[in-house]
Design a protein around this ligand. Structure first.
Ligand SMILES: Nc1ncnc2c1ncn2[C@@H]1O[C@H](COP(=O)(O)OP(=O)(O)OP(=O)(O)O)[C@@H](O)[C@H]1O
Length: 277
């Protein structure tokens, strides 16, 4: 990679717990993400994908190795240091039920971080929130409601709008669409890609669903049992259907119901041709 990487992960181990109860489900993981790049992280359930994302966010302990973000070592960044980069490094989690504060109106959930850190005036933040709520398909009327008024899928759209608010340089997307209906998944993928084109945001896109990663990411890393066992341009990894990792991942696709698989393939094919035109 010729450009200075936005994110660089070197020989990362992630450990949970201490002493005899310690377990290290991530070993020796290294990769880089350049500015504006989208890198997919795939692998079977339990292979360590989320733990890598959590270590980058400081939510899991990096017990070895180094994580650099925009030239700064954030491996063991303090809470205060993390706050300093929070507008640049954002996250969208899988579970939209637990990620929004139930007591706050959507307006406040979206605007407060920016207003509190004085990055935007209240009026600017409100305009941006209204615009993003339109773009994620909810409409600005959502501003005055509480999270309880929304379905799981709608809440995830709010979480995505919140991540986009500060104009971040990197978003860790941890299975961000796997809880959504297919048609909503397509809208969200389009939204994330549109945002990438317009703002140059980079993504680390963690997913089970290979078809999502294929649409989202130029480069893909394959994890197995805590190790990165394959990485390359997405097209190369997908080009060989007989590749053992491709085979293994296809076998681990979350929903083996053929009717759902057919529906999913049709939805993704439509989305892929739409985005080419
Ligand atoms: N907070 C935790 N404490 C202890 N062990 C954990 C914790 N979080 C994850 N693990 C363990 O780490 C291993 C890797 O989990 P991780 O969630 O990173 O995998 P994953 O590939 O993202 O899986 P999935 O796709 O099912 O979310 C698993 O064995 C899991 O049980």
């Amino acid at each position: 990679m010729s450009e200075t990487p936005l994110l660089s992960v070197d020989n990362l181990d992630v450990t949970y717990g201490h002493g005899r109860r310690a377990s290290t489900p991530v070993h020796n993981v290294s990769f880089e993400i350049g500015p504006g790049e989208s890198v997919g992280l795939v692998g079977e359930s339990g292979s360590g994908k989320s733990s890598v994302g959590r270590a980058i966010l400081g939510l899991a302990q990096a017990s070895a190795g180094r994580i650099m973000f925009d030239g700064n070592d954030i491996t063991h960044a303090s809470r205060r240091e993390r706050q300093g980069i929070s507008s640049e490094l954002q996250v969208v989690f899988q579970d939209p039920r637990s990620s929004l504060n139930e007591a706050k109106r959507i307006r406040d959930i979206l605007t407060e971080p920016l207003v509190a850190s004085r990055r935007q005036t209240r009026a600017q933040a409100r305009d941006r929130a209204a615009e993003l709520l339109e773009r994620v398909g909810l409409g600005a009327a959502a501003m005055d409601k509480l999270p309880g008024a929304f379905s799981g899928g709608q809440r995830q759209r709010i979480a995505i709008a919140r991540a986009l608010m500060s104009g971040p340089r990197l978003i860790i997307c941890d299975e961000p669409v796997s809880a959504l209906d297919l048609s909503v998944q397509a809208q969200i993928i389009n939204l994330l890609r549109q945002e990438q084109r317009e703002t140059g945001v980079a993504y680390l896109f963690v997913a089970h669903d290979l078809s999502v990663v294929r649409l989202m990411s130029e480069r893909v890393l394959v994890m197995s049992r805590g190790y990165v066992v394959e990485q390359g341009q997405t097209q190369q990894v997908y080009a060989d259907p007989q590749h053992p990792y491709t085979q293994r991942l296809l076998a681990a696709e979350p929903d083996p119901d053929p009717a759902i698989q057919r529906e999913r393939r049709a939805a993704w094919a439509a989305l892929a041709s739409e985005s080419k035109s």
